[in-house]
Design a protein around this ligand. Structure first.
Ligand code: TRP
Length: 477
């Protein structure tokens, strides 16, 4: 007899786990810097509109598809499209496969970033902040032997959490790490705001400049909102399958979206004032677009500059808390994304959780290892291929394809599946379970119209635009 599917224990447990998935490196650094460069509050408003008008309905679609089918993304696609044999290949199972391969590959490169964060955290705690601030520290570090130890540590932590299962692993880890993350973030904000010139950063962040809002900025805000909320990654389908039928999907989704956006917003009150208070003349346009170079290259320089006011020890404490915060954000995301292929192996191959964790942990760990040596250590992986006029490493290719490009396509497919194969009425029924107020609500009417019409169109356009720009150097907007 089949064993009952695991479930989250409580509503707050689910919300923290899903918010833990959504809150990541992008929220803490990428979002604030992007906002400061692209019109401050004007960007924030556009971002928030996208979260509510486009992302929330897609969240509902993913969660409902997961909870209704009680399956991983591949199983969910097959069941909702009435293609019961998972071996048979249909257009819809292609969507299911994409919703499995995408998280698998994201897990691989996110593990590499997480191991770097762990390395930086350990370095700051051991008093080496001054070294982190050197220009060549990062490139030396990522090519040093110590990364193997950190990769092993990250793999063990994540596997141990996932081995614990939904309640005792994922939910428990989120219940510990997320509140700590909120507290650390608020402490850092409170401290930074007391520094000289901090208000310059706040001004840059919050004063709207609508002249900066171009079609590219709008496209970027949309793509950022979409990926920030863990959409198109199969995560919410999987987490939805662990939700109780007595709880409201809409309420939980709103809380997750709110938490993710609030953390991103609050992080701006930490990062920008910190940058400005130690660099009052900086022009945000000069800051890198990449969260990676900001976290590992630029911010350590800001942290070390803090020693003039709070001493080396104080600056090291600040930096350690910052890296621990980023580490928690990264770990909870990594856990959620690795759970997707694990649940697929458990469902489709009928294996135990233990075996599934081993299979996915070992194979993804190996590919992560290949990625982690693609920064110079192994030449064939460093100069892996080239397109768009640039040489790309294995790590770059995985980010370009699975993080920067494919998510809106996955989002498009789930909208089509839910709207046109599963059908609106069934979708509505699932959302009404545990939430009698959903029936007839404004949200219901909005979701029904938008998910069948303009949301898939927008997602498809973003996908096409990104492919043309990234791989062919053609800009259509
Ligand atoms: N918001 C995340 C970030 O900022 C993006 C993300 C969402 C993510 N879900 C994820 C990353 C799962 C990795 C795994 O990085």
């Amino acid at each position: 007899m089949a064993i009952a599917r695991e479930q989250f224990n409580s509503r707050i447990g689910f919300i923290l786990a899903a918010a833990g998935s959504a809150v990541g490196i992008g929220n803490l650094v990428g979002f604030p810097v992007n906002a400061a460069k692209n019109g401050g509050a004007a960007f924030l408003v556009i971002y928030a509109l996208f979260v509510v008008l486009v992302c929330l309905p897609v969240m509902l679609a993913e969660l409902a598809a997961g909870r209704h089918t009680q399956k991983n993304p591949l199983g969910a696609y097959n069941q909702l499209s009435n293609n019961s044999s998972s071996a048979g290949f249909s257009f819809w199972s292609l969507g299911g496969w994409l919703a499995l391969i995408t998280p698998y590959m994201i897990a691989v490169f996110y593990a590499v970033i997480t191991l770097w964060v762990l390395g930086y955290f350990i370095a700051t705690v051991s008093g080496d902040l001054d070294q982190l601030a050197h220009d060549d520290y990062f490139s030396n570090f990522i090519n040093s032997k110590s990364i193997f130890v950190y990769l092993a540590a990250v793999s063990i932590i994540v596997s141990a959490i996932l081995y614990g299962g939904v309640k005792n692993g994922i939910e428990r880890a989120a219940k510990i790490m997320m509140p700590m993350l909120f507290i650390m973030l608020l402490c850092l904000v409170a401290f930074v705001l007391t520094q000289d010139n901090a208000m310059l950063g706040v001004k840059f962040y919050l004063i709207p400049d609508f002249s900066k809002i171009t079609p590219q900025v709008i496209n970027g805000a949309m793509a950022q909102a979409f990926f920030s909320l863990s959409l198109g990654m199969g995560i919410l389908i999987t987490y939805g399958s662990y939700m109780k039928r007595t709880s409201s999907i809409a309420f939980s989704a709103k809380m997750v979206a709110l938490t993710d956006t609030a953390v991103a917003f609050t992080a701006g009150l930490m990062v920008l004032p910190a940058i400005f208070s130690f660099n009052p003349d900086i022009n945000p346009d000069e800051l890198s677009n990449s969260s990676i170079s900001l976290i590992f290259g630029f911010l350590p320089k800001i942290f070390i500059a803090m020693q003039t006011t709070i001493g080396y020890f104080g600056a090291s404490v600040f930096a350690s808390i910052f890296f621990l915060l980023v580490l928690f954000a990264a770990l909870t995301s990594l856990v959620s994304i690795t759970e997707v292929p694990i649940s697929a192996v458990m469902d489709e191959k009928k294996t135990s959780r233990k075996k599934a964790v081993l299979i996915i942990g070992a194979t993804a760990g190996l590919i992560a290892l290949a990625c982690s040596v693609s920064f110079g250590m192994v030449d064939s992986l460093t100069n892996f291929t080239s397109y768009g006029g640039q040489t790309k490493s294995l790590f770059d290719v995985i980010i370009d394809v699975f993080y920067d490009t494919i998510l809106p396509l996955n989002g498009f497919l789930i909208c089509m599946l839910v709207s046109y194969r599963w059908k609106k009425a069934n979708f509505d029924k699932e959302l009404e379970l545990g939430d009698p107020d959903y029936k007839g609500s404004l949200l219901e009417r909005y979701v029904n119209v938008s998910l069948t019409t303009f949301i898939p169109v927008i997602l498809l356009l973003i996908f096409i635009n990104t492919v043309l720009l990234k791989f062919f150097g053609i800009s259509i907007i």
